[in-house]
Design a protein around this ligand. Structure first.
Ligand code: ZN
Length: 418
């Protein structure tokens, strides 16, 4: 489907060195350099379009935007796909509750998401694809799995037989904890007849009123996890890659996707391709509001579009989100937003001058912070100290240090349009 408009980024100054980006790899639990082999392939799990776009979404997609920006600024080619889960229980439940057509509800929310992402200067993915668009490839993939003998049928539903793949010997947590989490995040561990409680559903018969697709193995709709395998395969089968142990360089999303979603995608990838799915698994922390994780069910969502409509500058939202580290669960508040607004105002004041204090060391420091697992709190702290120095009354700007170069740099790596 249509992505949102791309942005032209000015190249950063040639004499700036960009160290290899290191990111926390959730499954290995360490910060390590990203793969350096060929174009960078990144797949980010997108929204289910029924409650877009709250600040939790914004924080997640901003994190992957920073990754893309860093890699582009360092001269790397980035191939980035993001999906939209437009076939999903919460969307159907919401549409049913409100008496609206699920596809209309989805289309409206996707439009809102696009405009919010554009306002926040999040660079668009190269491919932005919904599950309904990818259906022929999803069906093809399930057919392939059925032919391989790694699935079983339960009524008209089809499951992957995870134990055949030794899938559950490498769980990232104790089995009982995994089962509990699986149940709370859309799984069906206690369904009678399953070979293993964690076996992921690949295909199910649609309920009345839900969309349904024809396939050689019955009509219905896909389970949640298989969509990302199918959509991401466009990245993993690129020409001219040297053979390697994984399909793509990075799979990302919010930390609530760590398990089961990303685990199941990886399990299915081993069944399909016989290798690991991603080199890096990167997860953004959750955003809380009024003491609780922001979520539809708790009714404590803060929407990007409403903040902007109330007159808040999207760049202040962007800064406010970057004041916290992308991996940390953190609280949104008026005070956090205020800090973002203050920094933005100070920055614009300084950039409005004729000449600035030397900002080359600042640029190198910001690059080093970003390379170190996207340490934006540290980078913004250094920017703030630079503004302190620049705003001192006795300071006289250096005419040779033009504000333009700093402004372009801050847009390239931090996405700040000033
Ligand atoms: Zn996904």
């Amino acid at each position: 489907m249509r992505s949102w408009p791309s942005l032209t980024l000015d190249p950063v100054e040639k004499n700036l060195a960009f160290p290899t980006l290191s990111l926390f790899n959730s499954y290995r639990q360490i910060v390590e350099p990203v793969s350096n082999d060929g174009p960078f392939t990144m797949y980010v799990c997108g929204i289910t379009p029924y409650d877009a776009t709250h600040l939790g979404h914004a924080a997640t997609y901003l994190s992957f935007d920073l990754i893309q920006r860093y890699l582009l600024a360092s001269g790397r080619e980035v191939r980035f796909i993001e999906n939209v889960t437009d076939i999903d229980d919460p969307l159907f439940e919401r549409a049913h509750r409100d008496g609206v057509d699920w596809s209309e509800l989805g289309a409206g929310q996707i439009d809102l998401f696009r405009s919010d992402m554009a306002a926040l200067r999040v660079l668009p993915p190269k491919v932005f694809e919904s599950v309904s668009e990818a259906m022929p490839r999803i069906i093809e993939l399930i057919e392939k799995l059925i032919r391989s003998g790694k699935t079983y049928r339960l009524g008209s539903d089809i499951y992957l037989d995870g134990a055949l793949l030794d899938g559950y010997t490498i769980l990232p947590m104790a089995l009982d904890q995994a089962v509990e989490l699986f149940a709370s995040r859309g799984g069906d561990p206690s369904r009678e007849g399953k070979h293993h409680p964690l076996d992921p559903l690949l295909w199910r018969a649609s309920a009345f009123g839900e969309p349904s697709w024809e396939s050689s193995f019955g009509s219905g709709r896909p389970g949640w996890h298989i969509e990302c395998n199918a959509i991401a395969m466009a990245l993993g089968e690129e020409e001219s890659f040297t053979p390697r142990q994984w399909s793509i360089d990075l799979q990302g999303g919010g930390s609530d996707l760590f398990f089961p979603h990303h685990f199941m995608t990886a399990l299915q990838a081993r069944a399909i391709q016989g290798r690991n799915f991603a080199h890096h698994y990167v997860h953004a922390g959750m955003i809380a509001y009024q003491g609780e994780k922001m979520s539809k069910s708790r009714g404590n969502l803060v929407f990007v579009s409403r903040l902007i409509a109330s007159g808040v500058d999207p760049m202040a939202i962007r800064i406010a989100l970057m004041l916290g580290h992308y991996r940390s669960d953190r609280e949104w508040s008026d005070e956090v937003l205020q800090r973002g607004e203050t920094l933005l105002t100070r920055l614009r004041n300084v950039l409005g001058r004729q000449g600035l204090t030397n900002y080359r060391p600042l640029m190198s420091e910001i690059i080093a912070d970003l390379a170190n697992d996207l340490d934006t709190p540290s980078a913004l702290k250094k920017l703030d100290l630079y503004l302190d120095r620049s705003l001192k009354p006795e300071f006289a700007g250096n005419e040779e240090m033009s504000p333009g170069a700093l402004s372009r740099f801050l847009d390239s790596v931090l996405g700040l349009a000033l």
